[in-house]
Design a protein around this ligand. Structure first.
Ligand code: SIN
Length: 497
């Protein structure tokens, strides 16, 4: 069987290695270089090692709580059950997770985890260590690697996916496959401020929508609470708060306790909104105070953050640093069953591009690398299994949502730029939403869609994908009329006029 895997983060590389080891003929197609994307930027770690007093059940309960009760319990159970094996696999493939002098894995804590259960590598360079190990493993095989290749569309005949159309060096071509695994990541570039790299333009989700795949939960966009509010977006890991750093306003007050009894370790959406509101009220960014940790501890535990903040002129061991929220992770995506199968025969989705049901309305910190590894492996294992009539009963194609087609749009042809789209999404489809703002955004987005020319270059395809996803996100947000988790609707009396 020939398997084409689109994307090369932890989910795609894991799927590729497992499929190759099962004897399949594997081709990885990736937009930039092998291993680039969000995975190498991940600072936090991988949740799922249970110390004394902890258990899979507790991890599952924390995941469900963070997800505001909207996670699929079966998917969460798979995550915490398969997690140990995947972490052991990463270690076997050469990821050196940080250990105590007596060799025990060091366990960190992040927001909304009731226990310390997160392993990390190089302090705050976990994703980079994982990407390095998996890329080396893939390069040691006969897996075919096609880099700098853009996914234009899926090839679909009678509801079955049989390959992809790709664009490389300005030339379009087709690559036939028995199965296609989308592992192309999320869409942080929908927003003016994001922790995601430039390539996070939702190409896989957009191609899946065009092909007729079911997508869900696009309204659930996670905003990370703490990005350095100076210079290009740079993440300050939640693990810093897990180690005891606090969030303070201009009066030195720990304002997050006004919103949640867990303060800085409340779920991400709660902390991010508290920061956004306090920053607006005081007319400038709030600050993260990590000074109590001391210079040595900060340098040892967070070497990347220590280096970058100092390069930007902050000594965070002696002064609190300014922070602001930024778009970080998409909980929704292409709907799958527990084996990564979508409603289109032959099409799998794993990692951030997928909506497995694990994250519900808000992802628990450090569950994303774990999810990528767990579902990447599960999709590979399902490649040779018979395709169910309806994948595990979860994804009936009859419920594929209808998105606005250009015929539905009653707008005068108008042009947009990526920057104007990102600002509109930030303002109206972001952390704090109102029905009026969502309707305004959707109207504009549809007018832009009506006037958009057919894309030709990779950058134009990215813009078209962002526009399609922006419309789908605003539509999903309007459809979910009750605010929950990361989809936060302001009370009508607070709506902007
Ligand atoms: C972080 O280090 O705060 C990010 C970890 C994650 O997104 O899970």
């Amino acid at each position: 069987m020939h398997v084409v895997i689109v994307g090369s983060g932890i989910a795609g590389l894991t799927a590729a290695l497992h499929a190759h080891e099962a004897g399949e003929h594997v081709t990885i197609v990736t937009k930039t270089a092998l291993g680039d994307g969000c995975t190498p930027l991940a600072q936090g770690g991988v949740a799922g090692v249970y110390g004394p007093g902890d258990s899979r059940e507790r991890h599952a309960a924390d995941t469900m709580d963070a997800g505001a009760g909207l996670s699929d319990p079966a998917a969460v159970d798979v995550l915490v059950r398969d997690g140990a094996e995947r972490i052991a696999e990463l270690i076997a493939r050469g990821v050196a997770f940080d250990r105590s002098p007596d060799g025990e894995l060091l366990l960190g804590r992040e927001a909304a985890h009731s226990r310390a259960r997160i392993v990390h590598s190089g302090g705050d360079a976990t994703g980079a260590a994982i990407a390095r190990a998996l890329v080396a493993a893939v390069r040691g095989t006969t897996i075919t690697i096609i880099e700098q290749a853009f996914l234009v569309d899926l090839l679909v005949t009678e509801g079955a996916v049989h390959g992809i159309r790709l664009l490389r060096d300005g030339v379009e071509s087709e690559l036939q496959a028995d199965a296609v695994v989308l592992a192309s990541g999320g869409a942080g570039q929908l927003y003016a401020h994001t922790t995601n790299p430039l390539g996070a333009t939702g190409d896989g989700i957009a191609a899946a929508i065009r092909a007729g795949a079911r997508v869900d939960d696009l309204e659930f966009v996670q905003f990370h609470p703490t990005v350095l509010a100076s210079g290009p977006a740079f993440l300050i890991s939640e693990a810093v708060r897990g180690e005891g750093a606090t969030l303070v306003d201009d009066d030195g007050r720990r304002f997050v306790f006004d919103s949640h009894p867990d303060g800085e370790l409340a779920p991400r959406d709660v902390v991010a909104r508290a920061i956004a509101r306090r920053s607006a009220a005081q007319g400038g960014p709030v600050r993260l105070d990590a000074t109590a940790l001391g210079a040595d501890r900060l340098r040892e535990r967070f070497p990347t953050i220590d280096r970058v903040t100092r390069a930007r002129g902050f000594d965070w061991s002696v002064e609190p640093i300014p922070v602001t929220p930024a778009a970080h992770y998409l909980m929704g995506g292409v709907t799958t069953d527990l084996h990564g199968r979508t409603n289109l025969r032959g099409l799998f989705a794993v990692g951030e591009v997928a909506r497995t049901g694990v994250h519900g309305a808000n992802r628990l910190a450090s569950n994303s690398l774990l999810e990528g590894a767990v579902f990447g492996a599960r999709a590979a294992a399902a490649l040779s299994a018979p395709w169910p009539a309806v994948a595990d009963g979860q994804v009936p194609s009859a419920t594929v949502p209808r998105l606005a087609s250009d015929r539905d749009v009653d707008g005068t042809a108008s042009v947009f730029t990526r920057a104007t789209l990102q600002q509109l999404m930030w303002d109206e489809v972001g952390l704090l939403r109102t029905t009026r703002g969502l309707e305004h955004a959707r109207g504009l987005l549809r007018a832009w869609r009506a006037g958009a020319p057919a894309p030709a270059s990779a950058a134009e395809h990215e813009d078209a994908n962002l526009l399609l996803l922006a419309d789908a996100t605003a539509t999903a947000a309007l459809t979910r009329s009750v605010g929950v988790g990361a989809h936060h609707l302001e009370a009508p009396e607070l709506e902007r006029v």
